[in-house]
Each structure stands twice: as C-alpha cells, then as structure tokens.
Design a protein around this ligand. Structure first.
Ligand code: BES
Ligand code: MN
Ligand code: ZN
Length: 500
C-alpha cells in the first residue's frame, strides 16, 4: 500500500475517512464537512448509533451537496486513551472497512483535544496499522482466482505537521517491511522454502541492507561439533543450514568492546515428527515450524531497514525433520556442540535439539549481552495460552520484565512461566547427560525450556514459545489470518526502548 502525507484540505471527492472521539465529538475537519453536507453526518450518526467509540465505523454513501462517493466515519474512543497501538488497530479497522470499495482513499486527521498524541503521530500510526492489515499472500493464485475485492492501494493522509507524520511513518514502514518479510517466509510451503532456499533468501535480502550474512552448511557445522542440530536433518534430502546475521548500527566511537544483543530462531522448515511420526491430520501446519527463524529474519530486516543504533546478532538453525533410512531413531545418543550428550527418546521433540547448538554457538562466539530465542516449540503452550499470548521462560527478571512491557505496549503479549530444578531433573537419564523429553507427566512447555536452559550458561536468556501465536485462523485489526509475524513488532519495540 502506498502512503503519502500532506497538509490539511477539505474532503472533496472519492473516499474520505474522518474521525470522531467518544461522545460524538467530531474532529474539526469532520465538523466542517458535516456543515457543508447540511448536517448529514450527524443525522446519520444518530440513526446508526455512531458516537465515536473506539474502532466503531459508519459509512455514509454519496452525500448530496458534494462529489464524495463515500465518507467513512471512524471512532477513536476516549481522547485520554489514545495510544500509538490503539491508533494502529484503528488503522487496521479502517483498511478492513474500505476493502472492496475502491483503489484509493483520503484520510483526514486533526488534533484530538486532550489526547497525548499529536495529529502527526496519530496519522502515522493509523497508516501503519492499515499497512499491517493490508498484507496478503497470493503468489500461488492465478490472477482470476485472487481476491475479487482488493483493498485500497493508495492512502493519502491529510494532517497538521505532515512532515513530522511522514518521518514517523518512515520508521514504522520499515518495521512493516520486516513483518511482511516474516509473513512471506512463514506462508511459503516446505517444497519451496527448504533450508538452503531460506538461507539464500536471507543472504540476498539482508546483505542489501548492510547486514553481514554468514551461511554454514553441514560440513562446517560438523566441524563445530553440532551433533544435536545435525541429527534432526539426518532423515532429510535437504541440507541443514545455520545462518548468522550481524547488524552493527553503533557509531564508530561506541563500537569498541560493545557486547552485541542476540536473537535465535528455530527454523524447522517442515516437521513430520521424524521416526516418531506425527498424525496426518493437520500436519500441513508444520510448514510454519520455522516461525521462530522467520521472526528473527524479519526483525533483522526491520532493525537494519531503519538503521537501528545497536549491535545485533540474529542466528537461525534451518533443518527439515523427515523420516527415512538415515533418520535419527528413538534411543539414539548424540553429542551437542557444548559437549553434553543427549538421548533422543522422541524425534518429534526436535526444536530443542536445533536450538541448543545455535544457542551454544552464539553464546561462545559472540559473548552477547543476552540471548532471546523464539520457537514454535510445544503443542502444550497452545493448551496453556491459546492464540492470545506467547509463553516466556527466562533466567533473568530484568530481561523478561522488559520483554513483557514491550508486549503490553504494542499488543503482542507474553506471559512468563516458572522454571525450576524439580522440572530440570525430569531430563536426567541413565544413558546420557540428558534426554530430550520428560517422563510425560505434564509441564511439556516448561520441560522444553529447561532443556534449552542447560545450554545458555550464565548469559541472561529468554525463550519465547510462539507455537500458539505464529499462525492465526481469524482476522484481527492489524493481522489478517495466516502467518502473523508475532514477535517482530514485540522485539523491535523491546530493542528501541532499551538498547538504542
Ligand atoms: N513443532 C512442534 C510443536 C507444535 C505443535 C507447534 C503444534 C505448533 C503447533 C514440536 O516440534 C513438537 O512436535 N513438539 C512436541 C514435543 C513432544 C514430543 C515432547 C509436542 O508438543 O507434542
Ligand atoms: Mn516436532
Ligand atoms: Zn517442531
């Protein structure tokens, strides 16, 4: 969607979007338009019970005395409650309300008395939310099969301080590009997006933005001793890969001795379960078992795209978990890069086997200030939290508090779970240093987190289990159904608020 900003102008033709705060308090442009239309908006509002509540909309068609085709009236709620996130959501609602009505629209944003946000910031966030909602993955549909009611592709925003709005939107649009990138990766089927193709795309798309992208193949990982990660791909015809991305946006004076921050993602391009094969029903969902790696990739794109002033490492372990004659068997024992041995009792608990080697690699190679990993790790987290929140597990209160706070601010929310020695003990086994599953008496998400914790040493670390939030079955204001990219906006905000 193309977005432009200009100074205020009276709505004259085509599609106009105007606003009211709760209690029927119309903004100045809306009130002036109503006057010009001889009270048509206020009469319609009365008839339709529109009074400016948050996300409420009302459409007035072809009002007499104007050349307007359509006026979309939108509620912004109570002025004191207006936040960047509430305006982004409202922007998403506007995009959805205009879907199928025309190719372009004009949005008229004025200052809302008693709101903490200026018109320029309201305008930028409305446009941002509309852009986030405008995503669609249709590349494999023929022209005639595509959505017959496409959304608006040109949004012109009229507001005071249009230069400030344009500049605020500039950074937000870069974050949206990262979100789109993640959604694209997550939506791709596994016959197209296998580990080497994933790695190739990262090299191509992120190098352009000034990110240093290093791809390691199986031979290099074998040399490093990554027997755990490699065991997951043993049954696949596709070569496993690890991709390390580095963005350094620190000014030269601050580069010396700076510890990078780091993000690590599970990239299982398809998870059949391996020899511990999954049931057929719903197995297609496992094309998005690379969601964690997708988020790390989109996050790197967002941060590099807006030239974030920080030093960041992103690392993803890319594998395909398949059953064949070379596949890992239940009972096999492998040695991780850390030297710890693992008895693999269930080949479907593969995400942790990938992550443990990438975590150890990043920790020892970069000595980061912290590590945050994302993974569609357990079905159990969906039982716990559904699609509303991601699970968070951490060895560090400060780190996890910051992530929690960022989530509340931007609406990608997390909930922290406990860790503890009693859970950790469930990973002990007679034959090796640990096994990859617990004894099967509940707490599956926590036990998976305990497994990862054995590989992070004393480094502050947080694990986000995003199995329930990576794919959405329904539309929400800024997320159309499909791949959500949950985590990109969360961690982008977490970085912006704490590490720049
Ligand atoms: N990728 C799955 C987890 C998952 C399930 C993600 C459903 C999204 C939707 C993971 O690799 C897995 O299979 N986990 C097992 C672990 C078990 C064998 C200990 C699970 O959750 O059942
Ligand atoms: Mn699995
Ligand atoms: Zn998996």
């Amino acid at each position: 969607m193309k977005v432009s900003f200009a100074n205020p102008a009276a709505p004259a033709k085509g599609i106009a979007v105007v606003f009211a705060a709760e209690g029927g308090k119309w903004t100045s442009t809306a009130a002036a338009l109503d006057k010009k239309l001889k009270g048509a908006l206020k009469r319609a509002a009365k008839a339709a019970d529109f009074d400016g509540k948050k996300k409420q909309t009302m459409t007035v068609l072809a009002p007499g005395g104007s050349s307007l085709d359509r006026v979309l009236c939108v509620g912004v709620g109570k002025p004191a409650d207006i936040t960047a996130e509430s305006m982004a959501e409202t922007g998403g609602v506007i995009y959805a309300a205009l879907k199928g009505t025309g190719k372009s629209a004009e949005m008229h944003v004025d200052d809302v008395p008693r709101s903490k946000l200026k018109a320029a910031d309201i305008a930028a966030n409305l446009a941002y939310g509309a852009n986030l909602r405008a995503y669609a993955f249709e590349k494999y549909k023929g022209k005639e099969k595509r959505d017959k009611k496409p959304g608006i592709d040109t949004l012109s925003v009229k507001c005071d301080g249009s230069a400030a709005a344009r500049s605020a939107y500039g950074d937000l649009a870069k974050v949206a590009e990262g979100v789109y990138y993640t959604r694209d990766l997550v939506s791709e089927p596994a016959n197209i997006l296998y580990p080497a193709e994933f790695a190739k795309r990262l090299k191509r798309d992120l190098t352009k933005l000034g990110v240093k992208v290093t791809v390691l193949g199986e031979a290099q990982m074998k040399k490093l001793g990554m027997g755990s990660l490699l065991s997951v791909g043993d049954g696949s015809a596709r070569e496993s890969q690890m991709v390390v991305m580095e963005w350094n946006g620190l000014p030269p004076s601050k580069r010396k001795n700076s510890k990078p921050i780091s993000f690590i993602g599970k990239g299982v391009c398809f998870d059949t379960g391996g020899i511990s094969l999954k049931p057929a029903a719903g197995m297609d969902d496992m094309k998005w078992d690379m969601g964690g790696a997708g988020v790390v990739s989109g996050l790197m794109m967002a941060l590099a795209g807006r030239k974030a002033k920080c030093h960041v490492i992103g690392a993803v372990g890319l594998v395909e978990n398949m059953p064949d004659g070379k596949a890992t068997r239940p009972g096999d024992i492998v040695k991780s890069m850390s030297g710890q041995t693992i008895e693999i009792l269930n080949t479907d608990a593969e995400g942790r086997l990938v992550l443990c080697d990438v975590l150890h690699y990043v920790n020892t190679k970069f000595k980061p200030e912290f590590m945050v990993n994302l993974a569609t790790l357990t079905g159990a987290i969906i039982i716990s939290l559904g699609a509303e929140r991601a699970g968070m597990f951490s060895n560090d209160d400060k780190l996890s508090d910051k992530i929690f706070a960022a989530g509340e601010t931007i609406g990608e929310r997390v909930w922290r779970f406990p860790l503890g020695e009693e859970y950790d003990r469930d990973l002990d086994t007679a034959a090796a240093d640990m096994r990859n599953i617990g004894s099967g008496r509940g707490a599956g998400s926590i036990i998976a987190a305990q497994f990862l914790k054995r590989f992070v040493g004393d480094t502050p670390w947080a694990h986000l289990d995003i199995a329930g939030v990576t794919w959405s079955k329904k539309d929400t204001p800024v997320v159309p159904r499909g791949g959500t990219a949950f985590g990109v906006r969360l961690l982008e905000r977490f970085v912006a608020d704490n590490y720049e």
